[in-house]
Design a protein around this ligand. Structure first.
Ligand code: NIG
Ligand code: FE
Length: 406
Protein backbone atom coordinates (compact mmCIF):
# COMPACT_ATOMS: atom_id res chain seq x y z
CA UNK A 1 0.00 0.00 0.00
CA UNK A 2 1.13 3.55 -0.69
CA UNK A 3 1.79 6.08 2.02
CA UNK A 4 -1.34 8.12 2.73
CA UNK A 5 0.66 11.17 3.77
CA UNK A 6 4.20 12.41 3.95
CA UNK A 7 5.21 15.42 6.02
CA UNK A 8 8.39 16.99 4.74
CA UNK A 9 10.61 20.03 4.93
CA UNK A 10 10.83 20.25 8.72
CA UNK A 11 13.89 21.84 10.24
CA UNK A 12 13.70 19.53 13.26
CA UNK A 13 11.75 16.47 14.36
CA UNK A 14 11.62 15.94 18.12
CA UNK A 15 10.65 12.28 18.35
CA UNK A 16 10.24 12.10 22.12
CA UNK A 17 13.19 12.42 24.46
CA UNK A 18 15.41 14.04 21.83
CA UNK A 19 15.48 15.61 18.37
CA UNK A 20 16.57 13.30 15.56
CA UNK A 21 19.81 14.38 13.99
CA UNK A 22 19.17 13.88 10.29
CA UNK A 23 19.20 16.24 7.37
CA UNK A 24 15.90 16.59 5.48
CA UNK A 25 13.69 14.56 7.84
CA UNK A 26 10.47 13.02 6.51
CA UNK A 27 7.54 11.41 8.31
CA UNK A 28 5.39 8.94 6.36
CA UNK A 29 1.92 7.89 7.48
CA UNK A 30 -0.02 4.79 6.54
CA UNK A 31 -3.30 3.61 8.06
CA UNK A 32 -3.22 6.45 10.56
CA UNK A 33 0.10 5.24 11.91
CA UNK A 34 3.71 6.35 11.55
CA UNK A 35 5.21 4.19 8.80
CA UNK A 36 8.57 5.94 8.59
CA UNK A 37 10.49 8.70 10.33
CA UNK A 38 14.01 9.64 9.29
CA UNK A 39 16.12 10.96 6.44
CA UNK A 40 14.47 11.33 3.03
CA UNK A 41 17.32 9.27 1.61
CA UNK A 42 15.95 6.12 3.29
CA UNK A 43 12.25 6.69 2.59
CA UNK A 44 10.72 3.88 0.55
CA UNK A 45 10.06 5.85 -2.66
CA UNK A 46 8.01 2.96 -4.10
CA UNK A 47 5.29 3.79 -1.58
CA UNK A 48 5.07 7.44 -2.59
CA UNK A 49 2.47 7.81 -5.34
CA UNK A 50 0.04 10.35 -6.77
CA UNK A 51 -2.36 9.28 -4.03
CA UNK A 52 0.11 10.28 -1.33
CA UNK A 53 -0.81 13.59 0.23
CA UNK A 54 2.17 15.86 0.87
CA UNK A 55 2.25 18.31 3.73
CA UNK A 56 4.98 20.91 3.92
CA UNK A 57 6.36 21.79 7.36
CA UNK A 58 9.03 23.96 5.77
CA UNK A 59 11.57 25.18 8.30
CA UNK A 60 9.34 24.18 11.21
CA UNK A 61 9.45 21.92 14.27
CA UNK A 62 7.52 18.63 14.43
CA UNK A 63 6.86 17.04 17.80
CA UNK A 64 4.66 14.18 18.94
CA UNK A 65 1.13 15.45 19.59
CA UNK A 66 1.50 16.93 23.07
CA UNK A 67 0.00 15.21 26.10
CA UNK A 68 -1.59 17.19 28.95
CA UNK A 69 -1.64 14.72 31.86
CA UNK A 70 -3.62 16.79 34.41
CA UNK A 71 -6.70 18.90 33.67
CA UNK A 72 -10.06 19.72 35.21
CA UNK A 73 -11.69 21.13 32.05
CA UNK A 74 -15.23 19.91 32.78
CA UNK A 75 -16.88 22.44 35.10
CA UNK A 76 -19.47 25.21 35.15
CA UNK A 77 -19.47 28.71 36.59
CA UNK A 78 -17.05 31.60 36.71
CA UNK A 79 -14.43 32.39 39.34
CA UNK A 80 -12.73 35.36 37.70
CA UNK A 81 -13.84 37.40 40.73
CA UNK A 82 -11.72 35.21 43.00
CA UNK A 83 -8.64 35.98 40.93
CA UNK A 84 -9.39 39.69 41.32
CA UNK A 85 -9.78 39.18 45.09
CA UNK A 86 -6.48 37.32 45.27
CA UNK A 87 -4.60 40.04 43.43
CA UNK A 88 -6.08 42.47 45.97
CA UNK A 89 -4.46 40.43 48.74
CA UNK A 90 -6.95 37.73 49.79
CA UNK A 91 -5.59 34.18 50.22
CA UNK A 92 -6.77 31.07 48.34
CA UNK A 93 -7.82 29.25 51.52
CA UNK A 94 -9.42 32.40 52.94
CA UNK A 95 -11.63 32.67 49.84
CA UNK A 96 -12.43 28.95 50.01
CA UNK A 97 -13.46 29.23 53.67
CA UNK A 98 -15.83 32.10 52.78
CA UNK A 99 -17.72 29.87 50.34
CA UNK A 100 -15.60 30.35 47.23
CA UNK A 101 -13.05 27.89 45.90
CA UNK A 102 -13.93 24.35 44.85
CA UNK A 103 -17.36 24.66 46.52
CA UNK A 104 -18.28 27.62 44.29
CA UNK A 105 -17.54 25.62 41.15
CA UNK A 106 -19.35 22.66 42.68
CA UNK A 107 -22.57 24.66 43.12
CA UNK A 108 -22.54 25.74 39.46
CA UNK A 109 -21.50 22.31 38.18
CA UNK A 110 -24.26 20.51 40.07
CA UNK A 111 -26.82 22.65 38.20
CA UNK A 112 -25.45 21.65 34.79
CA UNK A 113 -26.75 18.86 32.56
CA UNK A 114 -24.37 16.55 30.70
CA UNK A 115 -25.06 18.55 27.50
CA UNK A 116 -24.26 21.84 29.22
CA UNK A 117 -21.03 20.41 30.62
CA UNK A 118 -20.07 19.23 27.13
CA UNK A 119 -20.89 22.59 25.56
CA UNK A 120 -18.78 24.56 28.04
CA UNK A 121 -15.84 22.15 27.86
CA UNK A 122 -15.59 21.92 24.05
CA UNK A 123 -13.92 25.32 23.50
CA UNK A 124 -11.45 24.48 26.27
CA UNK A 125 -10.49 21.33 24.37
CA UNK A 126 -10.21 23.43 21.19
CA UNK A 127 -7.73 25.69 22.98
CA UNK A 128 -5.73 22.66 24.13
CA UNK A 129 -5.70 21.43 20.54
CA UNK A 130 -4.44 24.84 19.43
CA UNK A 131 -1.50 24.23 21.79
CA UNK A 132 -0.67 21.03 19.91
CA UNK A 133 -2.32 18.69 22.43
CA UNK A 134 -3.69 15.39 21.05
CA UNK A 135 -4.13 13.46 24.33
CA UNK A 136 -5.33 14.84 27.66
CA UNK A 137 -6.39 13.60 31.04
CA UNK A 138 -9.61 15.06 32.49
CA UNK A 139 -10.76 14.72 36.08
CA UNK A 140 -14.19 14.80 37.63
CA UNK A 141 -14.27 16.40 41.07
CA UNK A 142 -16.50 19.45 40.82
CA UNK A 143 -19.74 17.52 41.37
CA UNK A 144 -19.03 15.97 44.77
CA UNK A 145 -22.30 14.08 44.76
CA UNK A 146 -23.08 10.71 43.23
CA UNK A 147 -25.28 12.15 40.46
CA UNK A 148 -23.09 15.09 39.61
CA UNK A 149 -19.79 13.17 39.58
CA UNK A 150 -21.35 10.62 37.23
CA UNK A 151 -22.65 13.42 34.97
CA UNK A 152 -19.14 14.89 34.71
CA UNK A 153 -17.70 11.50 33.76
CA UNK A 154 -20.50 11.02 31.21
CA UNK A 155 -19.61 14.43 29.78
CA UNK A 156 -15.94 13.38 29.51
CA UNK A 157 -17.04 10.25 27.66
CA UNK A 158 -19.20 12.30 25.28
CA UNK A 159 -16.37 14.80 24.71
CA UNK A 160 -13.97 11.98 23.95
CA UNK A 161 -16.35 10.75 21.25
CA UNK A 162 -16.84 14.23 19.76
CA UNK A 163 -13.45 15.88 19.96
CA UNK A 164 -10.22 14.91 18.19
CA UNK A 165 -8.25 14.98 21.45
CA UNK A 166 -8.08 11.55 23.09
CA UNK A 167 -9.36 11.91 26.63
CA UNK A 168 -8.40 9.79 29.61
CA UNK A 169 -10.84 10.04 32.53
CA UNK A 170 -9.93 10.22 36.21
CA UNK A 171 -12.46 9.99 39.03
CA UNK A 172 -11.78 12.72 41.62
CA UNK A 173 -14.83 12.35 43.87
CA UNK A 174 -12.41 12.97 46.75
CA UNK A 175 -11.50 16.50 45.63
CA UNK A 176 -12.86 18.07 48.80
CA UNK A 177 -15.56 17.30 51.35
CA UNK A 178 -18.73 19.02 50.10
CA UNK A 179 -20.27 21.55 52.53
CA UNK A 180 -23.28 19.39 53.45
CA UNK A 181 -20.90 16.69 54.75
CA UNK A 182 -18.58 19.04 56.69
CA UNK A 183 -19.62 17.68 60.09
CA UNK A 184 -19.72 14.04 58.96
CA UNK A 185 -16.82 13.63 56.60
CA UNK A 186 -16.48 9.90 57.10
CA UNK A 187 -19.95 9.57 55.58
CA UNK A 188 -18.74 11.38 52.47
CA UNK A 189 -15.73 9.05 52.23
CA UNK A 190 -18.20 6.15 52.47
CA UNK A 191 -20.29 7.70 49.69
CA UNK A 192 -17.15 7.81 47.53
CA UNK A 193 -16.01 4.28 48.34
CA UNK A 194 -19.34 2.46 48.59
CA UNK A 195 -21.41 4.16 45.91
CA UNK A 196 -19.38 6.27 43.51
CA UNK A 197 -16.33 4.06 42.86
CA UNK A 198 -18.36 0.86 42.27
CA UNK A 199 -20.64 2.70 39.81
CA UNK A 200 -17.75 4.43 38.00
CA UNK A 201 -15.98 1.11 37.66
CA UNK A 202 -19.09 -0.86 36.65
CA UNK A 203 -19.78 1.63 33.85
CA UNK A 204 -16.13 1.94 32.83
CA UNK A 205 -16.32 5.73 33.21
CA UNK A 206 -12.75 6.25 34.50
CA UNK A 207 -9.34 4.62 34.43
CA UNK A 208 -7.80 6.41 37.39
CA UNK A 209 -8.80 7.45 40.88
CA UNK A 210 -7.40 10.69 42.32
CA UNK A 211 -7.56 12.19 45.82
CA UNK A 212 -6.57 15.72 46.91
CA UNK A 213 -4.36 14.89 49.90
CA UNK A 214 -4.20 18.13 51.89
CA UNK A 215 -5.18 19.47 55.28
CA UNK A 216 -8.08 21.34 53.66
CA UNK A 217 -9.21 18.25 51.74
CA UNK A 218 -8.42 14.61 52.70
CA UNK A 219 -6.04 13.00 55.21
CA UNK A 220 -3.54 10.31 54.27
CA UNK A 221 -5.70 7.68 55.97
CA UNK A 222 -8.83 8.75 54.10
CA UNK A 223 -6.89 8.85 50.83
CA UNK A 224 -5.43 5.39 51.34
CA UNK A 225 -8.88 3.98 51.95
CA UNK A 226 -10.24 5.59 48.75
CA UNK A 227 -7.24 4.39 46.72
CA UNK A 228 -7.52 0.83 48.05
CA UNK A 229 -11.19 0.63 47.12
CA UNK A 230 -10.33 2.19 43.74
CA UNK A 231 -7.63 -0.43 43.16
CA UNK A 232 -10.09 -3.22 44.07
CA UNK A 233 -12.31 -1.79 41.32
CA UNK A 234 -9.53 -1.53 38.75
CA UNK A 235 -8.89 2.22 39.09
CA UNK A 236 -5.18 3.05 39.33
CA UNK A 237 -4.21 5.82 41.76
CA UNK A 238 -3.11 9.35 40.84
CA UNK A 239 -2.52 11.76 43.71
CA UNK A 240 -2.84 15.52 44.26
CA UNK A 241 0.13 15.60 46.66
CA UNK A 242 2.07 18.15 48.71
CA UNK A 243 0.55 21.19 46.93
CA UNK A 244 -0.09 23.59 49.81
CA UNK A 245 1.82 21.72 52.54
CA UNK A 246 4.01 18.60 52.91
CA UNK A 247 1.35 16.01 53.61
CA UNK A 248 3.05 12.74 52.72
CA UNK A 249 1.00 12.35 49.55
CA UNK A 250 4.03 11.56 47.42
CA UNK A 251 5.18 8.79 49.76
CA UNK A 252 1.68 7.33 49.66
CA UNK A 253 1.68 7.55 45.84
CA UNK A 254 5.00 5.71 45.63
CA UNK A 255 3.91 3.06 48.15
CA UNK A 256 0.66 2.35 46.30
CA UNK A 257 2.35 2.29 42.89
CA UNK A 258 0.37 5.32 41.72
CA UNK A 259 0.76 6.21 38.07
CA UNK A 260 1.56 9.80 39.08
CA UNK A 261 1.92 12.19 42.02
CA UNK A 262 0.97 15.71 41.01
CA UNK A 263 1.86 19.25 42.21
CA UNK A 264 4.66 18.47 44.76
CA UNK A 265 5.49 22.11 45.60
CA UNK A 266 6.14 20.99 49.19
CA UNK A 267 7.46 17.46 48.66
CA UNK A 268 9.93 16.41 51.40
CA UNK A 269 13.30 14.75 50.82
CA UNK A 270 11.73 11.50 52.01
CA UNK A 271 9.04 12.00 49.37
CA UNK A 272 11.65 12.49 46.66
CA UNK A 273 13.50 9.36 47.79
CA UNK A 274 10.27 7.35 47.78
CA UNK A 275 9.37 8.60 44.29
CA UNK A 276 12.88 7.73 43.02
CA UNK A 277 12.38 4.13 44.19
CA UNK A 278 9.05 3.88 42.40
CA UNK A 279 7.74 4.07 38.86
CA UNK A 280 5.43 6.96 39.77
CA UNK A 281 5.72 10.01 37.50
CA UNK A 282 5.98 13.48 39.09
CA UNK A 283 3.48 15.75 37.31
CA UNK A 284 4.43 19.38 37.93
CA UNK A 285 1.95 22.20 37.41
CA UNK A 286 3.81 25.49 37.09
CA UNK A 287 0.71 27.39 35.94
CA UNK A 288 -1.01 26.82 39.30
CA UNK A 289 2.00 28.12 41.24
CA UNK A 290 2.15 31.17 38.93
CA UNK A 291 -1.60 31.89 39.15
CA UNK A 292 -1.61 31.52 42.96
CA UNK A 293 1.62 33.54 43.13
CA UNK A 294 3.13 30.76 45.23
CA UNK A 295 6.80 31.39 45.86
CA UNK A 296 7.63 27.72 46.43
CA UNK A 297 8.58 25.76 43.35
CA UNK A 298 8.49 21.99 43.27
CA UNK A 299 12.09 20.73 43.37
CA UNK A 300 12.14 19.72 39.71
CA UNK A 301 15.93 19.53 39.49
CA UNK A 302 16.21 17.41 42.62
CA UNK A 303 13.50 15.10 41.28
CA UNK A 304 15.18 14.77 37.88
CA UNK A 305 18.63 14.30 39.39
CA UNK A 306 17.22 11.59 41.68
CA UNK A 307 15.99 9.77 38.58
CA UNK A 308 12.29 10.58 38.95
CA UNK A 309 10.34 10.93 35.69
CA UNK A 310 8.97 14.46 35.43
CA UNK A 311 5.94 15.54 33.38
CA UNK A 312 4.36 18.99 33.04
CA UNK A 313 0.64 19.75 32.77
CA UNK A 314 -1.71 22.74 32.65
CA UNK A 315 -3.92 21.77 35.62
CA UNK A 316 -6.51 23.79 33.66
CA UNK A 317 -9.19 24.55 36.27
CA UNK A 318 -11.30 27.57 37.25
CA UNK A 319 -9.63 28.18 40.62
CA UNK A 320 -5.88 27.77 40.49
CA UNK A 321 -4.98 27.81 36.79
CA UNK A 322 -7.48 29.05 34.22
CA UNK A 323 -5.29 28.25 31.22
CA UNK A 324 -5.11 25.68 28.46
CA UNK A 325 -1.67 26.88 27.44
CA UNK A 326 0.54 23.83 27.76
CA UNK A 327 3.14 25.75 25.75
CA UNK A 328 3.37 28.36 28.52
CA UNK A 329 4.14 25.53 30.95
CA UNK A 330 7.28 24.73 28.94
CA UNK A 331 8.58 28.25 29.55
CA UNK A 332 7.68 28.12 33.24
CA UNK A 333 9.35 24.70 33.49
CA UNK A 334 12.57 26.32 32.34
CA UNK A 335 12.37 29.73 34.06
CA UNK A 336 10.92 28.59 37.37
CA UNK A 337 12.06 24.96 37.64
CA UNK A 338 15.47 25.02 35.93
CA UNK A 339 14.57 22.33 33.42
CA UNK A 340 16.35 22.14 30.04
CA UNK A 341 14.60 22.57 26.66
CA UNK A 342 14.66 18.83 25.96
CA UNK A 343 13.49 18.04 29.50
CA UNK A 344 10.42 20.29 29.18
CA UNK A 345 9.57 18.84 25.75
CA UNK A 346 10.02 15.31 27.12
CA UNK A 347 7.78 16.34 30.04
CA UNK A 348 4.79 17.07 27.76
CA UNK A 349 5.35 14.08 25.46
CA UNK A 350 6.88 10.77 26.58
CA UNK A 351 6.75 11.43 30.35
CA UNK A 352 3.25 12.91 30.20
CA UNK A 353 2.04 9.84 28.30
CA UNK A 354 3.54 7.61 31.01
CA UNK A 355 1.75 9.69 33.67
CA UNK A 356 -1.61 8.63 32.21
CA UNK A 357 -0.77 5.08 31.21
CA UNK A 358 -0.48 5.89 27.49
CA UNK A 359 3.25 5.26 27.04
CA UNK A 360 2.53 2.63 24.39
CA UNK A 361 0.40 4.96 22.24
CA UNK A 362 1.19 8.62 22.78
CA UNK A 363 4.10 10.97 23.32
CA UNK A 364 6.56 9.59 20.79
CA UNK A 365 7.08 9.63 17.05
CA UNK A 366 8.07 6.09 16.19
CA UNK A 367 7.07 3.53 13.59
CA UNK A 368 3.82 1.75 14.38
CA UNK A 369 2.43 4.41 16.70
CA UNK A 370 -0.62 6.52 15.88
CA UNK A 371 0.39 9.51 13.71
CA UNK A 372 -0.37 12.11 16.39
CA UNK A 373 1.81 15.08 15.49
CA UNK A 374 2.10 18.77 16.28
CA UNK A 375 3.80 21.26 13.96
CA UNK A 376 5.09 24.57 15.28
CA UNK A 377 6.41 27.57 13.39
CA UNK A 378 9.73 27.65 15.26
CA UNK A 379 13.01 26.23 13.97
CA UNK A 380 13.94 23.94 16.90
CA UNK A 381 12.51 22.56 20.15
CA UNK A 382 14.73 25.02 22.01
CA UNK A 383 12.74 27.91 20.49
CA UNK A 384 9.34 26.61 21.62
CA UNK A 385 9.74 27.53 25.34
CA UNK A 386 12.02 30.45 24.48
CA UNK A 387 9.55 32.38 22.32
CA UNK A 388 6.65 32.33 24.75
CA UNK A 389 3.08 33.54 25.17
CA UNK A 390 2.22 33.61 21.46
CA UNK A 391 0.64 30.96 19.24
CA UNK A 392 3.12 28.84 17.26
CA UNK A 393 0.98 25.84 16.28
CA UNK A 394 0.47 25.63 12.53
CA UNK A 395 -1.01 22.13 12.27
CA UNK A 396 -2.02 19.16 14.39
CA UNK A 397 -2.53 15.63 13.09
CA UNK A 398 -4.46 12.97 15.00
CA UNK A 399 -4.16 9.44 13.66
CA UNK A 400 -2.84 10.90 10.40
CA UNK A 401 -5.81 13.27 9.95
CA UNK A 402 -5.32 17.01 10.06
CA UNK A 403 -7.48 18.23 12.93
CA UNK A 404 -6.05 21.74 13.32
CA UNK A 405 -4.50 24.24 10.93
CA UNK A 406 -4.83 25.28 7.32
O1 NIG B 1 -5.52 21.06 40.96
N1 NIG B 1 -5.53 21.08 43.92
C1 NIG B 1 -6.72 20.86 43.87
N2 NIG B 1 -7.59 21.21 42.96
C2 NIG B 1 -7.40 22.07 41.87
C3 NIG B 1 -7.99 23.42 42.03
C4 NIG B 1 -9.21 23.51 42.80
C5 NIG B 1 -10.00 24.78 42.62
O2 NIG B 1 -9.69 25.81 43.24
O3 NIG B 1 -10.97 24.76 41.84
C6 NIG B 1 -5.94 22.07 41.49
O4 NIG B 1 -5.20 23.04 41.70
FE1 FE C 1 -5.40 19.60 39.81
Amino acid sequence: MDYALIIEGANEVFTGGAPIEVADPVIAVEDGKIAYVGARAHLNQDKVSDNTERFSALGQLITPGLVDPHTHVVFSGDRSGEYAMRSAGKGYLEIAKAGGGIAATMRATRQASVDELVTTALPRLDRLLANGVTTAEVKSGYGLSFESEIRILEAIKALNARHPIDLVATFLGAHTVPPEYKERRSEYVREVTERMIPEVSRRGLAEFCDVFVEESAFSLEEAELVFRVGLEHGLRPKVHADQLSAGGGSELAARLGAVSADHLEHISDAGIAAMAESDTVAVLLPGAALFLNQQENPPARKLLDAGVRVALATDCNPGTCMSESLLLMLTLGMSRFGMSPSEVLDAVTAQAAKAIGREDRAGQISVGRPADLAIFDVPTHQHLPYHFGVPHTTAVFKGGQKVYGA
